[in-house]
Design a binder for this molecule. Sequence first.
Ligand code: HZT
Ligand code: MN
Ligand code: MN
Length: 460
Amino acid sequence: MDSDQSPQPSGVGASEPQNPPEAKLSTSQKKRLKQKLAKQAKAATDGDENGGDDKSDPSQAPTGPVMKDGITLPKLEYHDMPGQKFFQTFPPTLPMTTLFPKKKYPRGVDLLYPDEGTIHWSTNTQKIQMAQLLEPTLNDFRKAAEAHRQMRAYARQTLKPGVKIWDWCCDLEARGRALLGTTGVNHSEAGLAFPTGVSLNNCAAHYTPNPGDERVYQDGDIVKVDIGTHVKGHIIDSAFTISFNPDYDTLVRASFEGTWAGIKAAGPDARLVEIGNIIDETISSFEVEVGGKVKKVKPVANLSGHGLGDYLVHSGVSIPIARNGCDPSLKMEEGNVYAVETFASTGKGRIHDAPDCSHYMMIPGADARIEQIRNQKAKELLRFIVRNFKTLAWCRRWLDVGGEKQHALALKYLTDQGFVEPYPPLCDQESSMVTQHEHTIYLKPTGKEVLSVGPDEQIP
Ligand code: HZT
Ligand code: MN
Ligand code: MN
C-alpha cells in the first residue's frame, strides 16, 4: 500500500479478490441483497431530506451495513453534503444515479489560485455568474469523478500479488461501467474514457493486458493504476501508485509531492515552464535507498501532463515535468481542464516505446474518411470504434470482450492507413522503477477545482 493513503476500513481488505462476496451468493440471494442495499441507500438519502438525522445506533456511525460474511461497508461522506449519508456495496454495484437520486454529484476540492491575496472573487458578481453557467458541465465532471473515486477504492482493496492482471482489469472496468450506466463496451455517452493502465515497475504508462496476457501481479511490483472516466465526453484522468515494496515508499512520495506541487502552481496565466520547473525541483529533492545504494530521484523528462478536451484525452497542450520543458511564453488559461500528472524514476528519467501496444485512439476526423476504406473487416472495425468510443481511447482487450475477436489484421490496416493512432507502453530502462500520480483540475473563474481528489489522499 502506498504511503499517501489512510488505511481502508478494517475487514474489507481481508476478502479474497477472486471471490468477491457477491460471487458466493445464489441468484435469489443476490437479488434480495441488491434490493436490501438499494432500500438502505434510498433510506439514507431520504433521511437527509428530513434533516439528516440518523436513527441507527450511533456507535455504528462510521460504517455502513455489515454483509453476511462480516465485511463492513464503508460509509460515504462528502464535504459539500454535510449530514447526508450514502452507502455503496462491496464490490460497488449501485450506479451513480441510484446513489444520487437528485442527480447532483459531490464537488472536488476548491483551491485558490497562487496569486490570490486579499482581493477575493466572492465580491465579483460577474465571476460568480460565469461560474454558475459552468455548473451543468461541472456536474457531469463530478459524476465521472465520483465513479473514479469508487473505482479506485475498489482497485486499492483488490490489487494483490497473485491476482491475474487481465481478470483484475476486466472486473474493475465492469464495476466502472455499472457505476456510470454504460451498456456493453459502448462508452460513447458515459463510461470509461480510456483503458485501465496498470503499468508495472520500469514502465510508466499505457500498459494494459492484451488478449493472451497471462501475467499475474508479483510481490515487489510497483503498479501505476491510471483510470479514465467520462460523462458526455467530460473526462476525469487520474492515477496513483500501488507498491508492494516499502523500499520504494519515498519514490511513491516523490510523484505524489510532484503532482501536488504542480496542482498548487496551476492557475490562469501560470507559465507552463514554471510549473515544470517546480515539479522538477520537487521530485529531484528526493532520493531512495535500495539495497544499500542511494539513488537520486528524477522526473521522467519526456512525459508530461496535458490539457483535456471533450472526448479528447489530450487537447494539444502539454504540462512539462522537467526543467525548461517548453516554450516560456506558454500559459495556462481560465476555463481549461488539465490532467496534472508527474512521474518519478530511479532510472534514466526518460521513457521509450515498448512492444505489445494495447492502447489506441481514432484520429479526430478519421470517421469522415470511412467510405474510402476498401478492406471490409477494417471498415467494420472502424464503424465499431466510432459507435462505441468516438475519439476516446480503447484497447485490444475491449475489442475482444466486445465480440470483435481476431481484429489484429483490421487494426493493423487502420493504424497503417492513419485512421487510428497507437499509444505503445512507455518504459524507462530495465530494472529501474517509476511511480506516478495524477489529478484532473478545472480552472474556474472563482478558483481551481481538483475534481478527482478523494478521501484516499491527504492534500499536502
Ligand atoms: C494517451 C492514450 C490513452 C494521453 C497521457 C496519459 C494516461 O502520454 C500529451 C501529454 C490515454 C491517455 C493518453 F489511452 N497521454 N494520461 N493518462 N495517459 S500521453 C500525453 O499520450 S499526450 C501526454
Ligand atoms: Mn492518466
Ligand atoms: Mn493523463
